[in-house]
Structure formats: structure tokens, C-alpha cells
Design a protein around this ligand. Structure first.
Ligand SMILES: [Zn+2]
Length: 329
């Protein structure tokens, strides 16, 4: 079937790393259980969401295909999708598997198995478990194998990483004086495989700070840490995903702020916030420099539980919500 030019706004949904072991994550022994219940979804919920997105004729496009550079400015780019399909970007935040979270129901890291296939590795009850079915990477890989038209051009998701505790479960940060070089080598192999499989990476800052709480100098240090520690691993990316969806693009006079200029100078071109309404457009400023901004709809325990109406075009939250494993709130 011929592809056609998609004229509607490309939708963008995001969630966090999945809850792979709900009985551990929601156990009273997990001090973060309320946060997990709020901010995360389970593997079963994610699978139901994928099924529903597919039934509702969404297909995944690469976030890097929705913009282009024209005469030195960043402009929207229309994407093509097969007839009858709707364009969607999926992204996943905080994919570092923070060591503080280890053992509380998420996987420990993304790995390649001995055959070079993507998998996850987790120590659970003292034993190492390799799985192909308990994190968004492998679940989406499996889903696209089954339904290739969910990803007509081979795109998978956008992996939004920070750097303060490494990436993908590898302690690549400069503060790791123990085995940093080995961790970097391991991470690079996994990143290469992910990119070859259609995944791409975005910056979610280095330290996951509140942007507005940092002064300009502290913020520049943040950006530089990304450039020196994370970009060499995941490669250059034009996509910046604000931690906490907290953004500061303009100064008090309505001009581009210093912090935003640092991000532009670092090569970022599309800026992603958090919002339940569909928004992918230019933020205007006094000097007519326009900033391309994309909001992302949150898919987490909270929005599922609240049955946020903005999710209904994609899936019915009450059919997705995992009542059997989630503690009542
Ligand atoms: Zn985050």
C-alpha cells in the first residue's frame, strides 16, 4: 500500500522503565512502592497498551523524522505513514536503572545474550534471571516481530537517558572509579545493537535536576557533563527531554534564556515537555526565533488510575489498569 503524507500532529506517549516484578515492586518491603504505583506501569499494562495502539491504527515513527533543518532553523517535517495509519512516537524516561532502585522490582540492565540478542538481566532471589519479556525494549521488539506494520519504517522507541548513574544499567559515570572503562565498553555494545534495531536516544539531562532550581552556571555544567560523559556513548541527539517536564526557554524579557541557548549550542533542536494535550509546535519569542516544542502524554499509574480522558484515543485505561497486582490507593 502506498504511504501518504500525515497532516495531523504526530502524537507522543511516554512512560518509565516497566515494573517487571510487581510482587516485589508493590511489596511493603519496597520503600518506593508508592512512587512506583504512581509513576510506572507493569509489563502487562504495557502489552495491553501496545495491542490497543495497534488496533487503533497507530504506527511508530522515528522522532528524528518529525523535524528538519531548513536555512539554519529547525522546522517541522511531515512524516509519511501507510494509508489508514496514524503516526506515534513512543519514549521511555530514566533508562539508567539507578543502583538505588535495584532489587525493587525493575530489571537491573539491558544486555545482549550469548547470541547477540537483546535481553534483560536481573538478580532476583539471589539468582540471575535473563528475560526477553519483562522490559519495554524486548516487549516492543517482540511486538513488532509479530506486527511489522506497527513499525512500517523500522522505528522503535526513543530512550531518554541521564548520566549521573550511567545508562541502561551500566555505571558509565565519571564518579565510578571502580570499573568505569569496562562498563563503558559493555554499554556501547548494547547501544549499538539498540540503534541497529531502530531505537534512538534523547537527552534527559545529566543529573535529572529541576531546571529552574539551577543557576545558569550550574546548568551549563550539567550540559557539559552530558556532552563529555553521555554523548560519547549514545551519540549526538537533537532531542532534549526536560526532567520533570520543567522547562525554561525564555527570560523575563521574552528572549531566549541563557539556559536554553546552552541547550541550542549543545546541538538540541526539539524540546520535549510533558502535557496531556497534543502539542507539537513552535514557541514564538520576541526575536522571532522559534523553538520547536513537543509535549508528551504521560502513561503511568496515575493517569491510568484517573482514567485520563486524553488517553482514550489510544487505549481505554480501565481495560489496561492492572487491578490484580497494584495496591489500592
Ligand atoms: Zn525523568
Amino acid at each position: 500500500m502506498p504511504d501518504f503524507e500525515y497532516t495531523k500532529t504526530v502524537e507522543h506517549l511516554f512512560t518509565h522503565c516497566l515494573i517487571a516484578y510487581p510482587s516485589v515492586a508493590f511489596s511493603s518491603d519496597n520503600p518506593m512502592k508508592d512512587d512506583y504505583n504512581k509513576d510506572c506501569i507493569t509489563t502487562n499494562e504495557f502489552k495491553k497498551i501496545l495491542n490497543s495502539l495497534y488496533k487503533n491504527n497507530y504506527c511508530i515513527v522515528d522522532i528524528n523524522s518529525v523535524y528538519k533543518e531548513k536555512d539554519g532553523t529547525i522546522v517541522k517535517n511531515s512524516v509519511k505513514v501507510p494509508v489508514g495509519k496514524k503516526a506515534l512516537v513512543l519514549s521511555f524516561d530514566d533508562v539508567n536503572y539507578d543502583h538505588k532502585k535495584m532489587g525493587f522490582g525493575m530489571v537491573d540492565k539491558i544486555i545482549l545474550d550469548e547470541n547477540g540478542n537483546l535481553a534483560t538481566c536481573t538478580t532476583i532471589n539471589g539468582k540471575q534471571e535473563i528475560s526477553y519479556d519483562n522490559e519495554f525494549v524486548t516487549i516492543l521488539e517482540n511486538f513488532v516481530k509479530l506486527h511489522p506494520d506497527f513499525s512500517p519504517f523500522g522505528a522503535k522507541g526513543t530512550i531518554n537517558v541521564t548520566g549521573y548513574d550511567g545508562v541502561l544499567g551500566y555505571r558509565t559515570q565519571s564518579k565510578n572509579k571502580k570499573n568505569r572503562e569496562q562498563e563503558i565498553e559493555k554499554a556501547k555494545v548494547v547501544i549499538k545493537k539498540l540503534k541497529n534495531s531502530g531505537w534512538n536516544f534523547a537527552s534527559h539531562s545529566y543529573g535529572h535536576y529541576h531546571m529552574k532550581k539551577l543557576n545558569d552556571i550550574e546548568f551549563l555544567e550539567e550540559v557539559n557533563l552530558w556532552k563529555t560523559e553521555v554523548e560519547p556513548l549514545v551519540g549526538k541527539t537533537g532531542i532534549y527531554v526536560y526532567p520533570y517536564g520543567e522547562w525554561e526557554v525564555f527570560d523575563n524579557l521574552g528572549n531566549i534564556s541563557k539556559k536554553h541557548q546552552y541547550l541550542i549550542d549543545a546541538g538540541f533542536k526539539v524540546f520535549c515537555g510533558v502535557g496531556m494535550k497534543t502539542f507539537y509546535d513552535y514557541l514564538p519569542n520576541k526575536n522571532k526565533n522559534k523553538v520547536l516544542f513537543m509535549d508528551r502524554k504521560v502513561v503511568d499509574g496515575n493517569t491510568l488510575r484517573k482514567k485520563d480522558t486524553n488517553l482514550y484515543p489510544f487505549f481505554d485505561p480501565s481495560n489496561v489498569y492492572d487491578y490484580a497486582v497494584r495496591p489500592s490507593v
